[in-house]
Design a protein around this ligand. Structure first.
Ligand code: GDP
Length: 526
């Protein structure tokens, strides 16, 4: 198959949601449709198996949180779908943000009882920043949820995106009857716990057809006709371009656990979702159908076995054909890197692959040459943009409790930071090391892994910090002057970039007002 054909038949996306909205359940149903798994329940149990292999992950398992961002590839109706799973737990938000840099579109799951929740809002902000196309799946229609119009309004308001329903629910909860597909005008009647449902979908040429009464009852038939008229009147026709530009989100209603409304969404998804597009590198725009291979690392997975310090780097392919055993240029390594052990992620089974195409994610076994954000290419220096660090929310100072193990501690910290577990800031004065995270959980993970994998013992001392702001200025002299006068609050991130450690929001505001020529950034990429 030609490179162009391979690119066109690929769709790489992520599912995001607030925990418990139904992301795992929906993932599982999509995999069932793709024939990638045979039985319900496989996705969850798969997760627990992988966790059981590594002790430090026990921490998260005990809390019942799924941490690993895994990748699942499957085929559906001639399309190669790459689904990137994201941790829903907010403490791992940074991991999710980075995963979103590797996808071309997103499906967002919303619980119809709870509506738009906080984590969804944050994730949507990241999608908006990147103009990622979003499809919305409103889930759990078998429960007494909120009014669908209210839900749509809430999505528009809280997520700051226009919506266009492409399916519409007929009643809800105990009296839930099914959904009407506005995209291809067919009716799908609900029967709980069904597995496959293609047979149950009925084409309805005309909603005034009296058959509708027989199928859903008089009251529901009238309501549906009224709703559809209203929707078609209020919402402009679905505009695929606007969706692809991230300006409008098509909305589907369904019930993931009952595998209901999922196939409608999946069929529309393969119809409208984008294939891999050009990507911005600092040097130039990189088109997927260029002959030369390029890609970037967006995630590094911990050594599952503490005795072998190898890691899996997740590489998103941006252009050309990736081949096993071919020497590639890495941004930082002086020598070309060659990968013999290349994994694809086809649902549960990891298999060794020979080649991969734009949109695909491959796992590279790495002994410490790669870090997050690194690019690999066929010779050219490329720096892919859009993998920023965000200012953390919790800061703690690292206290070394075993001076004999200082070297191990340094090494451990360096490697964990390269994996993106947290961010390390080193103060200009006294070289104090401060770790910043989005959640409390990371500190436990870091402490545990430093002990377990590097034999270093640390404690953390809380620090009263509000934000870490990356600073820059067009005026070099002013910047030097600022750094000098505020040196107690200046630190460096792992790249050596200048960071201002602000103690409170009010104080930051004051400093900003006093130094108008200094720019303060809340992400590392500006
Ligand atoms: P995640 O945290 O977003 O991955 O959510 P899960 O997929 O684990 O689902 C959370 C809970 O919601 C589980 O108990 C699911 O069985 C349940 N659930 C998922 N989809 C539905 C649905 O359509 N209807 C109902 N009633 N429950 C659902």
């Amino acid at each position: 198959m030609s490179l162009t054909k391979e690119i066109q038949r690929r769709k790489t996306f992520g599912i995001i949601s607030h925990p418990d909205a139904g992301k795992t359940t929906l993932t599982e149903k999509l995999l069932l449709f793709g024939g990638a798994i045979k039985t319900a329940g496989a996705v969850k149990s798969n997760k627990i198996d992988t966790h059981a292999k590594s002790d430090w992950m026990e921490i998260e398992k005990q809390r019942g949180i799924s941490v690993a961002t895994s990748v699942m590839g499957f085929e559906y109706k001639g399309t190669k779908i790459n689904l990137l799973d994201t941790p829903g737990h907010q403490d791992f938000a940074e991991d999710t943000y980075r995963t979103l840099t590797a996808v071309d579109s997103v499906i967002m799951v919303i619980d119809c009882v709870k509506g738009v929740e906080i984590q969804t809002e944050k994730l949507m902000e990241v999608c908006r920043m990147r103009k990622t196309p979003v499809i919305c799946f409103i889930n759990k229609l078998d429960r007494e949820g909120r009014d669908p119009y209210d839900l749509l309004d809430e999505v528009e308001e809280k997520l700051n995106i226009n919506v266009r329903p492409l399916s519409w629910p007929i009643s809800m909860g105990k009296t839930f009857k099914g959904v009407y597909n506005l995209y291809n005008r067919s009716l799908n009647l609900f029967r709980p716990s069904q597995r496959k449902l293609s047979d149950d979908i009925m084409e309805i040429e005309d909603l005034s057809d009296a058959k509708l009464e027989d199928l859903v009852g008089e009251h529901n038939a009238d309501q549906l006709r009224e709703d559809v008229e209203l929707i078609e009147g209020v919402y402009p026709d679905f505009d695929k371009e606007a969706y692809l530009n991230g300006e409008i989100a098509p909305v589907f209603f369904g019930s993931a656990v009952n595998n209901f409304g999922v196939q409608e969404m999946l069929d529309t998804f393969i119809d409208i979702a984008p294939s891999p597009k050009s990507r911005h590198a600092e040097e130039r725009e990189v088109a997927p159908d260029e002959n030369k291979f390029s890609g970037f690392v967006f995630k590094i997975h911990a050594n599952m076995d503490p005795n072998h310090r190898n890691r899996i780097a997740f590489l998103r392919i941006c252009s050309g054909r990736f081949e096993r055993n071919k020497p590639y240029k890495s941004m930082r390594a002086t020598k070309p890197l060659r990968f013999s052990n290349v994994t694809s992620f086809m649902a549960q089974d990891k298999e060794i692959i020979e080649e991969a195409f734009p949109g695909d994610i491959v796992g590279l076994y790495d002994t410490g040459n790669l870090k997050i954000g690194d690019s690999l290419s066929d010779g050219e220096n490329l720096t892919f943009k859009g993998i920023p660090s965000f200012s953390p929310e919790i800061f703690k100072e690292v206290i070394n409790k075993d001076a004999m193990k200082t070297k191990q501690l340094e090494k451990g910290l360096k490697q964990l930071m390269e994996e993106g577990v947290a961010q390390l800031f080193t103060f200009d004065i006294g070289s104090r090391k401060v770790i910043g995270t989005v959640g409390q959980l990371q500190f436990e993970v870091i402490q545990f892994r430093l002990k377990n994998e590097y034999n270093a013992t640390v404690e953390f001392a809380p620090m009263n910090l509000y934000k870490a702001c990356w600073i820059s200025s067009k005026d070099k002299k002013q910047l030097d002057e600022f750094v000098r006068s505020k040196n107690r609050h200046i630190a460096y991130d792992k790249e050596g970039k200048l960071v201002f450690m602000a103690e409170s929001r009010a104080w930051l505001q004051m400093v900003q007002d006093n130094y108008p020529e200094i720019e303060f950034h809340f992400t590392s990429e500006f």
